[in-house]
Write a protein that binds this ligand. Structure first.
Ligand code: MSP
Length: 640
């Protein structure tokens, strides 16, 4: 195996397989993908792990609600994960599922090993349990609720009292070792401040941890005692080592090479499990601890954590369909500081695309190429002498590269990106200050120099963008006749004056965005929030009406929208715009009945008014299907 110093092992949390991924799940995964790509560009041998968490009471209950067996239930979400990760260019190396037999065997072998060692023992457990979070409340958290079930401090939902025989992990034995580890490794958690919460928690006293259940059936059977199944976290956390061959003799070398992980990404809600239980499990197993935990805040919608159980989740697929995956990547990475919670806003996303992506970057690329080609400069030749302004532009670049690299290395992408954008502003200023459109007529040598220097700068920008917007980075370099070159160590990337650029115009990097109204276009997954059912009067507010699509036309400059003419019988005819072009041919729609939201306020898209909204459903292949009555009904019929 190769030099261990030169490897980079990054993991995401494994996602509960109870729904399709939402924007919060994408965010954790994206942070891992950017770290993986950045380290690839630094020449490291990268292993990037993601996957799904598929056992436990929470999953079992969700499956029952869906009237399915747990395994087919979890199976039904896997394709959606893989599809969405692919559409966001998430380049993982392995997708682990905790129902994989290799994982199950590893967990069982590990439990057996710790039982033999005496770190796991059997006794009786009593306490308050939060099923949505799969966690027991501490005594302190449960104190003070004398006349009702304690409320979970993480999700604010009631807990249940559990009293049962259980296997315990001797967590208490690791209290001092953990505190000593935190003291010696103050950078264990990024951002640093979050380690304080963990230290306080450990200092308040660690009790032994219940790691099995007899009341839950959907889980990994305990070795030698199949009445018990492993507690979800004792099962789930092990994924990080089972995936790379832990306890598998045939894969020993691979395991020794990759472990410990270089960074493990997670949201702040699951830090305690990763900074306390996980290190203790590893200490008990005689394994090294991960080098760093990267902990991000929550994406919020209406001031509340975006979560399936709160029914306010945003579908990343709808966002990528509307805005392009790389633009969404850019928004999440540049606008959301990993150190804080942040409110998601389509307005901010659109603003970002228009000003930073289309104006600052896209226009620059477009202008230089159009101008060069107009003046017959398809191949931009080498230049021999650099003017003072060109030299100072590259000095600014060198300074920016140091800053950019430092922020990328400490996963502060929200700071690295603005540093790069400050350089883009300098390149824009350089280009405009020289007025190359005038030089083309007066001073060809200078004209070629300005085009060359701008192309050199765009090459640097394109390479630095690869971890953030991989597809756009490739497109940008393609415009210059280049490819992403992973052989160049990104930290040493500098202008290459031996290069010539073979310009290619192609399409603009960032197309004009089609502004879409948040509520209408980003479906909040229709998960019923048991705590807040809607009233019949809420439902009555929405008029759902059947109509026949009489005409369907393309809209120039839009690759998403169709303009429909819909007949609603005695209610009249309406023009309705719908972003379904990718999914239907015009002839598939003509003369078809469908259901429309009839009383949505009219809104403009691409300069045209839309007077309602077509309803569709996503099928298993992620295609859209029309919703229509089973038999013909008169147009204008209202659904009740
Ligand atoms: N299955 C556990 C993790 C086990 S890891 C051994 C779990 N799953 S989860 O699906 O609920 O959450 C997975 C990740 O998504 C966490 O990092 C969580 O913080 C992140 N997000 C879920 N909702 C989020 C937001 N609204 N905002 C940002 N990230 C959030 O926990």
């Amino acid at each position: 195996m190769q030099d261990k110093k030169n490897k980079f092992y990054v993991t995401t949390p494994i996602y509960y397989a109870t729904a399709r991924p939402h924007l919060g799940s994408l965010y954790s995964t994206l942070l891992a993908d950017v770290s993986a790509r950045w380290n690839k560009q630094k020449g490291k041998k990268v292993f990037f792990l993601t996957g799904t968490d598929e056992h436990g009471q929470k999953i079992d209950q969700a499956a029952q609600k869906a009237q399915m067996e747990p395994k087919p239930f979890v199976d039904s979400f896997i394709e959606a994960y893989k599809f969405i990760w692919k559409s966001y260019h998430i380049d993982y190396d392995y997708f682990i599922r905790t129902t994989d037999q290799t994982h199950v065997k590893t967990v069982q072998a590990w439990l057996e090993m710790l039982m033999q060692k005496g770190d796991i023992y059997k006794s009786v457990y009593e306490g308050w349990y939060c099923t949505p979070d799969e966690a027991f409340l501490t005594e302190k958290e449960a104190a003070g609720f004398t006349d009702k079930s304690p409320i979970c401090p993480t999700c604010n939902r009631p807990t249940n009292f559990i009293s049962e025989e259980t296997y315990f992990f001797k967590l208490s034995a690791y209290q001092d070792k953990l505190l000593e580890f935190f003291e010696n490794n103050p950078n264990f958690v990024v951002p640093k401040e979050r380690l304080n919460e963990v230290i306080k928690f450990v200092q308040s006293g660690l009790k032994d941890l219940s790691i099995s259940r007899t009341t839950v059936k959907w889980g990994i059977p305990f070795p030698g005692d199949s009445r018990h199944v492993a507690y979800v976290w004792a099962d789930a956390l092990l994924n990080y080592i089972s995936a790379i061959g832990y306890l598998d003799k045939a894969r020993q070398q691979e395991f020794d090479f990759y472990w410990p992980a270089d960074v493990q990404v997670m949201g702040k809600d699951i830090l305690r499990f990763h900074a306390v239980y996980w290190p203790a499990f590893l200490m008990a197993s005689g394994l090294k601890l991960p080098k760093q935990l990267l902990v991000h805040g929550w994406i919020k919608v209406n001031q509340q954590k975006m979560s399936k159980s709160f029914g306010n989740v945003i579908d990343p697929q709808v966002l990528s369909d509307n805005y392009g995956a790389d633009a969404v990547r850019y928004y999440l990475l540049s606008q959301l500081a990993i150190t804080q919670d942040a409110e998601f806003s389509t307005q901010a996303l659109e603003q970002c695309i228009e000003s930073e992506l289309a104006n600052d970057l896209g226009n620059l690329v477009n202008r230089v190429i159009v101008l060069a080609l107009k003046n017959d400069l398809k191949i931009v030749p080498k230049i021999n002498i650099l003017s003072e302004e060109s030299k100072s532009l590259f000095q600014a670049y060198q300074k920016m590269l140091v800053e950019f690299s430092q922020d990328m290395d400490r996963y502060h992408f929200h700071l690295a990106i603005p540093a790069l954008w400050r350089f883009i502003a300098q390149v824009n200023a350089y280009f405009h200050a020289h007025e190359p459109w005038k030089l083309a007529k007066t001073d060809n040598k200078k004209f070629v120099e300005v085009i060359n220097i701008t192309c050199q700068s765009l090459r640097l920008i394109g390479n630095l963008l690869w971890s953030i917007m991989p597809k756009k980075s490739e497109e940008l370099l393609n415009h210059l006749g280049l490819k992403v070159d992973l052989k160049i160590n990104i930290e040493l990337l500098k202008p290459d004056f031996e290069l010539t650029f073979n310009l290619y115009q192609g399409e603009n990097l960032f197309a004009k965005i089609e502004k879409l109204e948040q509520k209408a276009t980003i479906p909040v997954e229709s998960v019923i929030d048991e705590q807040k059912p809607i009233d019949i009067t809420d439902f009555a507010k929405v008029q759902l009406v059947v109509g026949t699509i009489e005409q369907c036309e393309e809209i120039s400059q839009s690759d998403k929208l169709y303009k429909l003419q819909v007949d609603f019988g005695i209610k009249g005819k309406r023009q309705i715009l719908s972003g379904i072009k990718k999914f239907f041919k015009i002839n598939d729609l003509i003369n078809k009945q469908a259901v429309f939201v009839f009383n949505l306020a009219p809104r403009k898209m691409m300069g045209l008014e839309s007077q309602g909204m077509l309803l569709t459903a996503v099928d298993e292949q992620n295609n859209l299907q029309l919703i229509a009555p089973a038999k013909f009904v008169p147009n204008g019929t209202m659904l009740k």
